[in-house]
Design a protein around this ligand. Structure first.
Ligand code: SAM
Length: 215
């Protein structure tokens, strides 16, 4: 995501009715926030929010929470929400490592990771959103029948993600090394901004669906 600091973006986000205030660590309060009992699905690293909002329009019976660390990027998502408000979408501006402050044990039905930052240096491996450290956090917030879906065009990151599953006690339910030519896994696929950009260059898109098993 290109990072251009947009003056006033932090304030705009702080004032938006679609963004959970930073001091409001809202674990256990999602039913109150949405005003209903619908399942909650989250996307971490939501960027400008296109994937999440398209999904939310197709699935009004699910509540969606988009998590993004940069105000200037999240601002774009907020502007889209103002043009086309969706009652089943909220955003949190935060660094994902704090995720357990915002979701209680078993509160989330599904986690989406799309084109997550690769953090290619070995010493930064723990920052990768598919690392064992993050899988341990997702295990806590996911419901017993919940799962995680990850898409990327970065083969090294994808291979790393696959390697992390077994030691973290997760199992792979479905996997493809060419999503757009995999009829079954591509059915109903919603393209993200990065997916459109990289697949138009001819890059294959990798995807897995994984779930934690009991330990
Ligand atoms: N998911 C979008 C897509 O597929 O078009 C955006 C992909 S972009 C490469 C990754 C996004 O994740 C960026 O907006 C970045 O700021 C955000 N991000 C990366 N690491 C994050 C973290 N630890 N916590 C929250 N957001 C993060």
């Amino acid at each position: 995501m290109r990072l251009r600091n947009i003056p006033g973006s932090r304030e705009a986000i702080g004032n938006s009715e679609y963004v959970i205030p930073e001091e409001n660590e809202c674990a256990g309060k999602w039913k109150e926030i949405f005003g209903n009992e619908q399942p909650v699905h989250i996307e971490i690293g939501t960027g400008k929010g296109r994937f999440l909002m398209e999904l939310a329009e197709k699935h009004p019976e699910i509540n969606y929470v988009g998590i993004e660390k940069y105000s200037s990027v999240l601002l774009r998502a907020i502007q889209k929400m103002e043009e086309n408000p969706l009652p089943n979408v909220r955003f949190i501006r935060m660094e994902a490592e704090h995720i357990l402050r915002y979701f209680e044990k078993g509160e989330v039905g599904r986690v989406y990771l799309n084109f997550s930052d690769p953090w290619p240096k070995e010493r930064h491996a723990k920052r990768r959103l598919v690392s064992r450290e993050f899988l341990d956090r997702y295990r806590v917030l996911l419901k017993p029948d919940g799962h995680l879906e990850f898409k990327t065009d970065n083969k090294d990151l994808f291979d790393f993600g696959v390697e992390q599953t077994e030691p973290a006690h997760w199992e792979i339910i479905e996997i493809t090394y060419d999503l757009h030519h995999d009829e079954k896994m591509n059915a109903g696929n919603i393209m993200t901004e990065y997916e459109e950009r990289f697949s138009s260059k001819g890059n294959p898109i990798y995807k897995y669906i994984i779930k934690p098993y009991k330990i």
